[in-house]
Design a protein around this ligand. Structure first.
Ligand code: ADP
Ligand code: G6P
Length: 483
């Protein structure tokens, strides 16, 4: 049995340099937080980017960057400022990300960005090829590296490659607008198994392969003539025990760190005497529906004025992709919306929205999940959304209500949540009311069913099922070869 090589654009650790010293922090985002648990358990190595530009790293600190990565069995791929601009902020986040989330009006088709995307994918492929040995399994992740599977296979035809797409795969009608659609599909088809969070994404992919590359599809298998590639749906889970145990620990010993969040929560507990808290947590991204969520909350306070001074929205937004204009505009819009609602409704004793624009240590995240009576998660589109699952898992007494957009992949597994269409304001507002008025018995009943599911289909099981299918696909491939 060889080792597993994980490759994703971003490593699970981020490195910052401040005053010639290295600071390491965990990466935010479902891919990093989810896969990290799988990586920590096994014997894998993980190849990816630290978040630093090559030019930012002084020569004398280079060995330390490599060392910090190595401590977590990671290998750092170095990206220049220009590569970051054109590959990461460019093709990955101004073309693929908006297109795959159905934000066509945000999608740019820039040939220079495409060139950089190919080049950087080749850089990652070279980093893999340098380290791969017979019997190894390669597991490539996400939309920044769609060309990687075929680039690796070109040089090493017999290697086993899995690919997992952490974001939606759009319908054929949307995907076909991409000028480089053939190249992207061919890149992905270098893998033996291609995984998606939901069956719908899988079908969209297979249909695109059929309509654009004309390959025959038999159920979930693509016949390339000399090779069969399988597609499958594997909804990613969370590290259930980690979240549940952290929440149990929190009950015994609330985090002692006197952070701003902790102070606010203490204030809320003692001064507001248990008026409900509604929680909203995301990376600051236009796909997450944050602006509409704030508008809906304002509308809620207007439609049901009896809730003024009786409820509070705690909104946490993590800075993300800050060089992309749409993210800058969104930040401004959110600042204004929060200001407008607080300005309109606030009283001497009450601020309707507590807004934080920053990342949080894990303990604070648990504090928030534990303290909140309702989680309001309303993405316009979301591949999965692990925050919804984490909220459910941390509710140790099984109370708390999840309001979840049906446009999130996780909605398929969390049917007992209050599911909403994020464009239907009345539905969101009425769901907030329903959540706040739901009996404890009903809360517990709904939460228990979901927790049970999350416990059973956790992240470890997700990775194991994917690996099992990958192995099966490769066995079939070798059997076909010997016929
Ligand atoms: P995405 O992958 O699009 O960012 P997910 O909801 O799937 O969305 O994953 C987000 C991950 O980032 C979760 O695992 C969550 O715990 C983590 N996270 C979200 N907000 C914060 C925050 N403020 N600080 C630290 N981690 C966060
Ligand atoms: C999503 C994507 C990941 C990405 C993460 C954070 O979860 O699927 O690939 O790493 O967001 O985004 P960032 O651009 O900071 O890596």
């Amino acid at each position: 049995m060889g080792k597993t090589i994980i490759i994703s654009n971003r490593l699970p650790l981020q490195i910052h340099i401040s005053e010639n010293d290295l600071e390491v922090s965990p990466s935010v985002g479902g891919l990093a937080t989810g896969l990290k648990s799988f990586h920590q358990e096994g014997d894998s190595i993980w190849i990816g980017w630290t978040g630093l530009a090559a030019e930012e790293i002084p020569d004398e600190l280079e060995p330390q960057v490599a060392e910090k990565a190595k401590e977590q069995r990671c290998v750092a791929v170095s990206l220049t400022t220009e590569e970051i601009e054109k590959f990461y902020y460019g093709f990955s986040n101004r073309t693929i990300w908006p297109l795959f989330h159905y934000f066509m009006e945000y999608t740019e088709f820039d040939p220079e960005h495409w060139e950089a995307y190919k080049q950087v994918n080749q850089k990652y492929a070279d980093a893999v090829l340098e380290r791969v040995e017979d019997g190894d399994t390669i597991w490539v992740h996400d939309y920044q590296l769609l060309l990687l599977p075929q680039m690796i296979r070109d040089k090493n035809p017999n290697v086993t490659i899995g690919f997992f797409n952490h974001i939606p795969f759009p319908s054929y009608e949307v995907f076909r607008t991409l000028p480089w659609r053939e190249e992207i599909l061919t890149g992905m088809l270098g893998a033996d198994l291609i995984g998606f969070h939901t069956y719908d994404y899988e079908r969209h992919f297979l249909r695109s392969v059929n309509r654009i590359l004309y390959y025959d599809i038999n159920f979930n298998a693509v016949n390339l003539g000399d090779r069969i590639v399988k597609a499958g749906s594997f909804p990613m889970g969370i590290d259930y025990n980690k979240f549940r145990n952290a929440a149990l620990e929190h009950q015994r010993q609330p985090s002692s760190e006197n952070t701003e969040i902790q102070k606010k929560l203490d204030y809320h507990k003692y001064v507001s005497r248990g008026t409900p808290l509604i929680l909203s947590i995301d990376r600051l991204d236009y796909t997450k529906g944050i602006a509409n969520r704030i508008r809906a909350y304002g509308y809620f306070l207007e439609k049901y004025p009896e809730y003024q001074e009786k409820v509070r929205l705690v909104m946490l937004a993590v800075p993300s992709r800050t060089n992309v204009p749409q993210y800058q505009l969104l930040k401004k819009e959110i600042d204004e919306l929060v200001g407008r609602i607080n300005g309109r409704f606030a009283t001497v004793n009450w601020t309707p929205i507590w807004y934080f624009y920053r990342s949080m240590p894990f303990d604070n995240l648990i504090d928030l999940y534990s303290a909140s009576d309702v989680a309001l998660i309303t993405p316009i589109r979301d591949g999965m959304n692990l925050v919804a699952k984490e909220y459910i898992a941390t509710r140790t007494d099984h109370t708390g209500v999840l309001i979840l957009s049906e446009m999130a992949g996780s909605a398929h597994e969390l049917n007992e949540a209050l599911l909403i269409n994020p464009n239907n304001f009345d539905q969101i507002v009425d769901s907030i009311k329903q959540a706040l008025e739901m009996s404890k018995e009903e809360q517990v009943r709904r939460n228990k069913v979901m927790q049970k599911r999350l416990k059973r289909y956790n992240v470890e099981k997700w990775a194991r099922e994917f690996m099992k299918s990958l192995k099966q696909t490769t066995i079939t491939r070798n059997e076909i070869k010997t016929l």
